[in-house]
Design a binder for this molecule. Structure first.
Ligand SMILES: [Zn+2]
Length: 158
């Protein structure tokens, strides 16, 4: 009898201890939740470390690529030129400069579907009787590239 009561009391204590332990485990945060909070904290820190884009900061765009990085097809629209040291005969006539009447030492420029003649004195004339097809038939392969028209004519000796 005594032992039974004691057993019963022990049982009661055990149940209470069990409940307390259960409550204790319920009260502490689960390890998974702690991990999530750490990750969330790390994420928040990483997000805060990323600087906000400054709208006043200029954006670098590809327009500022040096000429050597521009596609050849784009560069060709600037024009092609070739030296023409001797007299230039068009439709059976020797072409002369309308301003200084020279008849040789031309630079022939093909650009945007038109052919221009530039004399030694720097007079430039749109030669309407010549076209891009004529230029391409009479010019050799292009071997030099120049950043500007001025560089090109200087290279050709004008
Ligand atoms: Zn001239």
């Amino acid at each position: 009898m005594f032992n039974r009561r004691r057993e019963a009391r022990d049982q009661e204590e055990l149940r209470r201890a069990g409940r307390e332990m259960w409550d204790y485990f319920q009260s502490i945060p689960s390890p998974l939740e702690e991990l999530d909070q750490e990750e969330a904290g790390a994420l928040a820190a990483a997000t805060a470390a990323v600087p906000e884009p400054d709208p006043a900061e200029p954006t670098v765009v590809a327009d500022f690529l040096p000429p050597s990085f521009v596609a050849p097809s784009q560069r060709e629209t600037a024009g092609l030129m070739m030296p023409w040291p001797g007299p230039l005969v068009v439709d059976g006539e020797i072409v002369t400069c309308s301003r200084c009447e020279t008849y040789r030492d031309w630079i022939v420029l093909s650009t945007q579907g038109r052919v221009w003649l530039r004399c030694r004195a720097g007079h430039e004339t749109h030669e309407t009787r010549l076209d891009t097809a004529w230029f391409n038939r009479n010019s050799g392969p292009m071997t030099e590239e120049h950043g500007s028209y001025e560089d090109g004519i200087r290279f050709l000796g004008h």
